[in-house]
Design a protein around this ligand. Structure first.
Ligand SMILES: CCCCCCCCCCCC(=O)SCCNC(=O)CCNC(=O)[C@H](O)C(C)(C)COP(=O)(O)OP(=O)(O)OC[C@H]1O[C@@H](n2cnc3c(N)ncnc32)[C@H](O)[C@@H]1OP(=O)(O)O
Length: 166
């Protein structure tokens, strides 16, 4: 029988780390994110940009910064709810982020009601804000991944042919 995709949940790895589906088999975060300190509704991370994520000379790629925020903003809620997806993510890039040097990310839950979560975070170096982010998260509905897979396998009504206006 095929594996149930909706059984997927981000839970602590054998070494106690929260890891995405891509990093779990490695038992290490390949973005360079480590939890430094956790309270009920807030988590602090130590983050080092790996050299292969540089965008400009010695400076992190903005996509890496967004991915780090996606992880950090989810981890703060995953400690309560292991079945989440990101609905929206907004990043403000304030200063260049250095490659290969530890920076701090702090994330917190601002609001939580039912399936809806609002979370925010900032990335700092020596108390200077480098970037900030806000996200809306959703607790997944029970058949979230099953519906996604069913849509991918369903034949497209219009195929790839030319569009006809009616
Ligand atoms: C230290 C390192 C740590 C590392 C720790 C690891 C952390 C990893 C965290 C990664 C988190 C991610 O990036 S998750 C990946 C990025 N995010 C996603 O893939 C989410 C994609 N978006 C969605 O699935 C949807 O928009 C939702 C679930 C966000 C919508 O939520 P909602 O606003 O509450 O609305 P909802 O009522 O559920 O659905 C709205 C409409 O979308 C449809 N819909 C909802 N779900 C689906 C679905 N699965 N497949 C098809 N359609 C769907 C509904 O039928 C409905 O259609 P109608 O009635 O309007 O027609």
């Amino acid at each position: 029988m095929a594996e149930d995709p909706d059984a997927f949940a981000v839970e602590p790895s054998p070494s106690g780390r929260f890891l995405c589906g891509g990093c779990a088999p490695h038992d290490a975060c390949r973005l360079g994110v480590e939890i430094a300190d956790a309270r009920d509704d807030a988590v602090r991370f130590e983050v080092v940009c790996p050299p292969f994520w540089h965008g400009g000379p010695g400076v992190a790629h903005g996509g890496w910064i967004a991915a780090v925020f996606d992880d950090a903003l989810n981890v703060v809620a995953l400690r309560i709810e292991p079945r989440l997806v990101t609905k929206s993510l907004t990043v403000s890039y304030l200063r260049p982020v250095p490659v290969g040097r530890p920076v701090e990310v702090s994330a917190r839950i601002d609001r939580h009601a039912g399936r809806q979560w609002e979370v925010s975070a900032e990335m700092t170096l020596a108390d200077t804000a480098l970037a900030t982010a806000r996200a809306e998260l959703r607790t997944r509905r029970p058949l979230h991944f099953a519906h996604h897979q069913a849509r991918l396998t369903r034949p497209s009504p219009s195929g790839n042919g030319p569009r006809t206006e009616s």
